[in-house]
Write a protein that binds this ligand. Sequence first.
Ligand code: SF4
Length: 340
Amino acid sequence: MFKPKRVIFEKGTLDTDIGKNIYNKVKNNPNIEIINTSSNKIKSNIPGNNLYEQYRSGKETLVVGFRKGLKFQTCKPSANYQLPLVSGCMGRCEYCYLNTQLGDKPFVKVFVNTDDILKKAKQYIDERLPAITIFEGAATSDPVPLEPYTNSLKQTIEFFGKEEKGRFRFVTKYNDVDSLLDLNHNNHTEIRFSINTPRIISTHEHHTASADKRIEAAIKLSQAGYKIGFIIAPVFLYENWQDEYRELIKSIKEKLPKDFNEQIIFEVISHRYTTKAKNRILEIFPETTLPMEDEDRKFKYGQFGYGKYVYTKEQLAQMKDFFLLEIKNVFPNSIIKYVI
Ligand code: SF4
């Protein structure tokens, strides 16, 4: 669960249920600064003299606001649209793609007008009938550690439970899922857990839940009837990587109840980076040990005019063989969507 150091309430949010709930949760905590603002100058309330400090202050800030523009972004190829319930994330993963997306003070923002957002989702669903429309809830955020403050996922899952042609999915590195267990999800929500070896999590994924906690949360959700999946990402090919990723796959199996026979979906994604991301990472994590030596990688041109550094063709082929074999060995019933 997110424990912010400051909470900024935008004008009018304290009149909403979510705004009131958040206020009641934080009002007696002497370690949390409460700021009411009537302007939209959020960033002037977040301290920091340089990128390093601004990053950390931003990550400690919760902004409570309204989602104003209600047009949803598309979300190809995994879904049709992004569903904006939250933006930003309390996590501090060194390699996070959001590091270059959220500006110099990457605050977390929750939207209090969930009803408007879901009304808009309904409109998108209706426009595409009779096709099914899929919405991704974690395209620019990790909504799970905010759930105890908002109950937005709960409301959204119940909304999609009633939508014959609407589907919802999100991915997380957290475990605040207990309030989602008794819902009427009607198999319309898929929840994936991003996971990695304990070494990678403790070295590079700061302020996130441990691998064990994520696996336990996934099992609880599966027992509550949700479709679950694991995204093993980003995969790093370090010394002993095979042993440690094999151990990770086995540890998922070992934690599952003996009679567990549900299909698990796996996606596996290798580490890659752009020069822009690398420069940002080196400023906000000057001590990072993330492997980002350009000469060890292959440069691949991207479709948006900038390229990225990926593992070599031989390394990727070896990685693919490894994961296909190991996952099928341990989970013969699983679906492996891709290893890239
Ligand atoms: Fe980024 Fe996900 Fe880590 Fe949050 S948990 S910082 S969204 S990689």
